[in-house]
Design a binder for this molecule. Structure first.
Ligand code: ZN
Ligand code: ZN
Length: 259
């Protein structure tokens, strides 16, 4: 079973292609369960996400496509939500969708994965910012409102890697993810980025596996050709760690699938 729950739409202003075209590509790629999780609105970084007013039309459009394509692929509806203190909204957190991906893209308003702000790494202690990043992931899990951890080690995107053992840095976050009953996605976007590997790294996924944390998969597609790109590679990676199942969600209830 191929599951792909992390995909965007042009509503976020930094993706191209229509949702219908993403679905057709997903069917071509042999994906069985395909989810949209566009960037949820917030009152910060507004230009890279949909507005609060657009939520209804986003949900309506995906649900109508779900109906239309029901015989060919199982469409799911979600949001990718930023964990950013003071900028999370009940309207998003309690939206009637299948799942929420919780992602950390900002540390104190610094968009560390955006090439525009790469200078933010200069002059800072790399282990300290990695620890701050994973502290944010830990806090996100503690909120208990999210189903999936998005690209759990995103901070490696430009190859600024920690000197300290990543397993120690991520330890408390992984403990809270387990406690919250969340899954971790194998996100294939990393293969397209300077780091050239999936999120998470082998070291982090091994710890997740030992802790019995379930996984899911995401293309993190921002264009049609990114749908299903490197899926087999991500799948083989998960299997090499020991995983034989992945999960998806309906109305925030977890379902298990063989991979
Ligand atoms: Zn995006
Ligand atoms: Zn993201």
């Amino acid at each position: 079973m191929r599951v792909d729950l992390h995909n965007h739409t042009p509503l976020c202003n930094h993706a191209t292609g229509r949702p219908r075209e993403y679905i057709i590509k997903a069917i071509e790629e042999g994906i069985d369960i395909y989810g949209f999780s566009d960037h949820a609105p917030m009152d910060f970084d507004k230009k890279y996400r949909m507005s609060f007013d657009a939520m209804k039309s986003y949900e309506d459009e995906i649900l109508s496509l779900k109906n239309e394509f029901q015989d060919r692929v199982d469409i799911r509806l979600g949001y990718e939500v930023d964990y950013l203190k003071g900028h999370m909204f009940e309207k998003v957190l309690s939206a009637k969708v299948d799942y929420l991906i919780g992602s950390v893209h900002f540390l104190d308003n610094w968009g560390f994965d955006n090439p525009e702000y790469i200078k933010g790494y200069e002059g800072r202690d790399i282990d300290t910012i990695w620890q701050e990043y994973f502290n944010a992931v830990e806090q996100m899990a503690k909120m208990g409102r999210f189903n999936i951890v998005g690209h759990i080690d995103l901070m490696k995107v430009f190859n600024f890697l920690p000197k300290k053992d990543i397993r120690l840095i991520a330890k408390n976050a992984i403990k809270e993810i387990k406690k919250a009953g969340m899954s971790v996605e194998i996100n294939a976007a990393g293969y397209r980025k300077p780091v050239k590997e999936q999120y998470p790294s082998k070291y982090i996924l091994e710890v997740c596996y030992e802790a019995n944390i379930p996984i899911t998969f995401g293309s993190d597609a921002h264009s049609i050709e990114q749908v299903g790109l490197n899926y087999t590679r991500a799948l083989e990676f998960a299997k090499s760690i020991g995983y034989s199942n992945c999960v998806s969600y309906i109305n925030k209830e977890m379902q298990l699938h063989k991979i």
